[in-house]
Write a new protein. Structure first.
Length: 204
């Protein structure tokens, strides 16, 4: 994972029952090619798979899926996600989801010939592009931030106690600071001119 946004999307998907693969390398083959540039190497920021009957318990409660994600992809089915994460404001090239790239990713997660499996192409970014083509779904990064903040805040004692088991310094820090406890800090920091990528409760 090359930046904070990709890492947060990774954990967003993990907390929603997915098994993610990050920075999937698309090697050059005779099948993966671009009409404009010939054979190429590339990558996909994140691939993820979720079983139809996934469940997670924390204490006596069954955790809930992010409603914004459920609204976009549904529930109760075998799901694969091909995700691209863009934390900047630059235009998103349509080539992110060209057919060759998608086919290669689907083969990697075993969905090319799978029955009753659905693949979703999701762009995680701050701003929705003016034109989304090829069936791409947009999910704003602010939804990712809000979900993680709320999930850690709701189960903050358990997450705090288990923080060192999470293989992510970023998540350990958020769980240690219990940033879900004071969501009003987001508004406070924005009024002070802090960057949009900073999350509630990360004051020193």
């Amino acid at each position: 994972m090359s930046n904070y946004a990709e890492e947060l999307v990774y954990w967003y998907l993990r907390f929603n029952g997915f098994f993610p693969i990050v920075d999937f390398v698309i090697h050059r083959t005779n099948e993966v090619q671009c009409q404009a540039c010939g054979l190429y190497r590339s990558d996909s920021d994140i691939l993820a798979v979720r079983m139809p009957s996934w469940e997670e318990m924390i204490g006596a409660e069954t955790v809930e899926e992010c409603p914004e994600l459920e609204k976009r992809i549904g529930t109760g089915k075998l799901v694969g996600i091909i995700g691209e994460v863009k934390s900047g404001e630059d235009a998103v090239p349509e080539s992110l989801y060209d057919n060759d790239r998608v086919a290669k990713c689907e083969r990697r997660i075993g969905f090319a010939a799978a029955q009753n499996a659905m693949t979703f192409k999701i762009l995680f970014s701050h701003k929705e592009p003016r034109l989304l083509t090829n069936g791409v779904i947009h999910l704003p990064l602010k939804i990712v931030y809000s979900f993680l903040r709320e999930r850690i805040g709701k189960y903050r004692d358990e997450k705090h106690g288990a923080r060192l088991f999470f293989p992510s310094h970023l998540m350990q820090y958020f769980m240690d600071k219990k940033f879900g406890e004071q969501p009003e800090n987001v508004v406070k920091r924005r009024k002070c001119g802090k960057g949009r990528g900073e999350l509630a409760g990360d004051e020193t």
